[in-house]
Design a protein around this ligand. Structure first.
Ligand SMILES: [Zn+2]
Length: 353
């Protein structure tokens, strides 16, 4: 059995959804009022001003409509891929202002990490209830997780259990000098957690082409905000987290992401149940749709698909739209519940039976 965690699962645990990420960041920033000499803030301000006509330090943030995180970063990724630039925002060249596009991308990622970090500390523990309940039901050994989220809510819930070793589907380089390794646990078993859009705790060195795992929230923030923490121990190149936004033009060139996708597909071939949690099956996620369609059709017995994606206050209109999106693509016969992620976490046995 596989549990697929979308953005709604993180939102149910208090993580800010994509659409309010920027508003939340700049609001907090302005309340703290100590940003005047921050290169990151000034660069982000310039980017939002030119590209979206928003002055993040002056405008009334309640009235501003920000782009989504994916839109803001997607513009940069597409420009890099096309080897094009925007006015005032160059790719790498021989001027001092070189690769502004690359830097803005890093700042956007670190902004997201800071906002997510902020919320994780007051998390309501839903992911932990889920893992604990699955464990006491004895289901955990036959389950793996797929997540589209960059945050570490499910990672931490799994890491909390004494006998569980997380299998991200990829091999991390051993970097013992800085403690960037998976901690060994006695008589443990591995649980798959395939993060198909990357993860904040995966630190990639583009020179060594190696991936390290970062343990601990503070280390992740350090890595993102302070370049002295982000140097590769081996070659001194700057490492960055693997974040691959789910857009049509998704850059799948990071070889580790390809491995994760392959591993996800291979594992999905062996399951009989797939449970979608907090995932609205958005139109833009064509790569996910392609994957699910492959494993749905390349099998003998029919795959059972269950959808858990309600939350208090969701409009009937939105529910109907979502149901239509799911059934249109996956066909009739999927079990579309009216339950929330919270209900699933508290009583997973009701959905698995
Ligand atoms: Zn390196």
């Amino acid at each position: 059995m596989a549990i697929f965690l979308g953005g709604g699962a993180s939102a149910a645990e208090g993580a800010p959804v994509q659409s309010i990420l920027f508003q939340k960041y700049f609001k907090t920033l302005r309340e703290k009022n100590n940003y005047s000499d921050s290169v990151q803030v000034n660069e982000l301000r310039a980017y939002f001003k030119q590209m979206f006509y928003i002055d993040v330090l002056q405008d009334n943030l309640e009235d501003v409509q920000f782009p989504t995180f994916e839109e803001a970063i997607g513009l940069l990724d597409l420009a890099v891929r096309k080897r094009q630039a925007f006015k005032n925002f160059d790719l790498e060249n021989l001027t001092p202002n070189s690769n502004r596009i690359g830097y803005i991308r890093q700042y956007l990622v670190s902004l997201m990490a800071e906002v997510l970090e902020d919320r994780t500390s007051v998390a309501n523990g839903l992911h932990r209830y889920l893992v604990d309940n699955l464990a006491s039901l004895g289901y955990l050994k036959d389950i793996f997780f797929i997540s589209t989220n960059y945050d570490l809510l499910i990672d931490q819930a799994l890491a909390n259990r004494r006998r569980i070793q997380i299998d991200y589907g990829i091999n991390f380089a051993e970097d013992t000098s800085s403690g960037l390794v998976l901690p060994e646990k006695a008589d443990s078993f591995a649980i798959g957690l395939y993060k198909v859009h990357g993860s904040l705790n995966w630190s990639y060195c583009p020179a060594c082409n190696s991936l390290s795992l970062i343990n601990g929230q503070q280390r992740i923030l350090n890595l993102l905000t302070d370049s002295s923490h982000s140097r590769c121990n081996k070659c001194q190149s700057v490492r960055s987290p693997v974040i691959v936004p789910p857009t049509y033009f998704k850059d799948m060139s990071n070889s580790f992401i390809n491995i994760v996708w392959h591993k996800t597909e291979m594992s999905l071939n062996d399951i009989s149940h797939l449970i979608f949690c907090g995932y609205s099956f958005p139109n833009a996620d064509m790569h996910i749709k392609y994957l699910i369609k492959r494993i749905q059709t390349n099998r003998l017995a029919r795959l059972k698909i269950i959808v858990v994606n309600n939350h208090p206050g969701k409009t009937q209109e939105k529910i109907a739209e979502e149901k239509e999106r799911y059934t249109r693509f996956l066909g009739p016969g999927i079990y579309f519940t009216d339950s929330s992620f919270e209900e699933f976490c508290n009583q997973p046995e009701k959905f698995i039976k």
